[in-house]
Design a binder for this molecule. Structure first.
Ligand SMILES: Nc1nc2c(ncn2[C@@H]2O[C@H](COP(=O)(O)OP(=O)(O)O)[C@@H](O)[C@H]2O)c(=O)[nH]1
Ligand SMILES: [Mg+2]
Length: 227
């Protein structure tokens, strides 16, 4: 099965070239970088490093991921952030269970793996623990984390009919799979501090509040509605 990597990126000029090169060194057909309105040359640097660059001017993590998925043609899509917090070298852990036919959605869990010093602020650890606990209780899925590193079959992703186009996108994917009875598999992954540049979500008050609002909102909404 062909694997494609999708990297949503907003102003990741200091990271993107090496990240693209390391991702391309994995057994993947193509690396797609979704430039989400960067003003620092992220798109150009990604293209020079060999990525297929998609431009998505509507800002939002979900918009970026959805644009990448739309451009993709491979059977397996791997998502990771543009800040080098997830390691391309660990990609086979996420891909292998799908290739073996054991799962259609594989989530990298930083709780089962290693969170390096300085990689995750305390409020984000708390939020992840709270939300994954809620998901276990409300949906009965064995998740321990809501991380940025995941692999999904493209046919499954299309069937999910994703609606959340900002911070709620990964959560929507998880709860919709849970509701369909699609097994979710977690594998341990490492989590490093962003290598360069500025955090836009957990490192800012606005990003943290918005992320918490959307992540909790989506987790609760799909548990108590027939949407
Ligand atoms: N917040 C945000 N992140 C985006 C957007 N588009 C792409 N991204 C990427 O989403 C990833 C996560 O953002 P990051 O700043 O690392 O958040 P943090 O890990 O909570 O510090 C990075 O790869 C960003 O470049 C967007 O519109 N908003
Ligand atoms: Mg990050």
């Amino acid at each position: 099965m062909a694997v494609e990597v999708i990297i949503p990126a907003l102003n990741e000029a200091g990271n993107i070239a090496q990240l693209v090169q390391e991702a391309a060194a994995q057994p993947v057909a193509r690396v797609i970088v979704v430039d989400n309105g960067s003003s620092d040359g992220t798109g150009r640097l990604a293209a020079e490093a060999g990525a297929h660059v998609v431009v998505e001017p509507r800002q939002g993590y979900g918009y970026a991921c959805a644009a990448g998925a739309e451009a993709a043609t491979g059977e397996i899509l791997v998502f990771l952030d543009g800040d080098f917090s997830s390691l391309p070298v660990e990609m086979p852990r996420l891909i292998a269970p799908i290739q073996r036919g054991e799962a259609a959605l594989v989530l990298g869990s930083r709780v089962l793996g290693e969170i390096m010093p300085g990689a995750m602020p305390a409020h984000q650890r708390f939020g992840n623990r709270l939300t994954s606990g809620l998901m276990r209780r409300l949906y009965g899925v064995p998740v321990t984390d809501l991380g940025p590193y995941r692999a999904v079959r493209r046919d499954l992703l299309l069937a999910l009919n994703m609606q959340e186009m900002t911070f709620g996108w990964p959560t929507e994917m998880m709860v919709k799979c849970a509701r369909r009875g699609t097994p979710i598999l977690e594998v341990p992954v490492s989590f490093a501090p962003r290598r360069s540049g500025q955090s836009k979500v957990s490192g800012t008050l606005r990003g943290s509040i918005l992320a918490a609002y959307y992540i909790l909102g989506v987790t609760l909404r799909y548990a108590f509605s027939n949407e």
